[in-house]
Design a protein around this ligand. Structure first.
Ligand code: ATP
Ligand code: MG
Length: 314
């Protein structure tokens, strides 16, 4: 099973508890986004899972192997992109890849060549393979850093802020590459990020941590719903009449109605969106309303994130 499972994972640095009894799972083929403010413990978690540092307490299995007992095996199944990946600036793209392949004991020359060709093609770096890395832009370096983490075909990827410090276009490029990659190779991914676009675009689920501890986890939509309170239905009408507002207020499932005269729409709070929407629309039409559009309003993941982290900190 190429999944990740932790149980009470804890790391202390002197008096600082960087990661505090963290228990979570990332299913095989799943992409879990790990979010949290600076110093929340994201990098420390990733470093423990990659066996770069050992936990003070608790345990974890990565790809089925125990990080404390079977660290060599864990290293074999994990590809890690560290927070500030260092490349050999005086070496070419190809030489950098070679250096990494060597470190992972990929001795078959033909296999190495095929893998490099495949990866460098995928990351649009094949034409630049003989260029020294020192001259590259940050975005290109980041592509190479990700390509290199994949040389040994690791089924589990730990990506620590893959889009940090990139301009919006390059960040989007990296995001698309990760999305395509996970479709192509079905990796299990733990992705630390401060870019909520990463989480929305790439992750099946996100987990927020703060001060080393678990705050909340769920799909991006679930987190949005969680802070939104009751769902809100926005019904855009050709003309907004008080009689329509009254008709809506009379519906049993409706909790609150407000009229947005400028936008020409009604904002309706209900308990159960799916269950009551057809009835609401029917009543509006019955009262003479001409419905132009019906939307569900959700807060952005960013709003959800800020609210959840603030609540937790207070
Ligand atoms: N090697 C270390 N020695 C001492 N303290 C450390 C060490 N590494 C991390 N810490 C502390 O552990 C806590 C968690 O740090 P960590 O780097 O894991 O956070 P993070 O969530 O990755 O933050 P960021 O978003 O800024 O990257 C911080 O308080 C940090 O100062
Ligand atoms: Mg970090």
């Amino acid at each position: 099973m190429f999944n990740i499972e932790t149980e009470g994972l804890t790391k202390r640095f002197g008096s600082v508890t960087a990661v505090d009894h963290l228990t979570f799972k990332v299913g095989e083929g799943e992409i879990l986004g790990l979010l949290g403010p600076n110093g929340a413990g994201k990098t420390t978690t990733v470093r423990m899972l990659a066996c770069l540092i050992s936990p003070s307490k608790g345990s974890a299995r990565v790809g089925g192997y125990d990080i404390a007992e079977e660290s060599m095996k864990v290293r074999g199944v994990v590809g890690i992109l560290t927070e500030n990946p260092s490349l050999y600036e005086r070496l070419t793209v190809y030489e950098n890849m070679d250096f990494f392949a060597e470190a992972y004991g990929l001795s078959d020359v033909q296999e190495r060549r095929d893998r490099f060709r495949d990866l460098l093609d995928f990351f649009q770096l094949w034409d630049r393979r003989n260029d020294k890395v020192g001259k590259f832009s940050k975005g290109m370096k980041q592509k190479l850093a990700i390509a290199r983490t994949l040389v040994h075909k690791p089924p589990v990827l730990l990506l620590d802020e893959p889009t940090a410090g990139l301009d919006p276009e390059s960040a989007n490029g990296i995001r698309n590459l990760i999305a395509n990659l996970s479709q192509r190779e079905n990796h299990t991914v733990l992705l630390c990020t401060h870019h909520l676009e990463d989480a929305e675009r790439l992750c099946n689920r996100v987990m927020i941590i703060n001060r080393g501890s678990y705050v909340v986890a769920g799909t991006p939509e679930e987190l949005q719903d969680r802070i939104a309170g009751k769902p809100t239905l926005q019904v855009k009408l050709k003309r907004l009449d008080q009689s329509i507002v009254r008709a809506v207020k009379d519906i049993e499932q409706v909790r609150e109605v407000s009229a947005d005269d400028v936008a020409g729409s009604l904002l309706i709070t209900v308990d159960d969106l799916v269950g009551s929407t057809p009835e609401i629309v029917r009543k509006i039409v019955h009262a003479g309303g001409m419905v132009l559009a019906v939307n569900t309003l959700r807060p952005s993941l960013e709003e959800a994130y800020l609210k959840l982290v603030r609540e937790e900190s207070s």
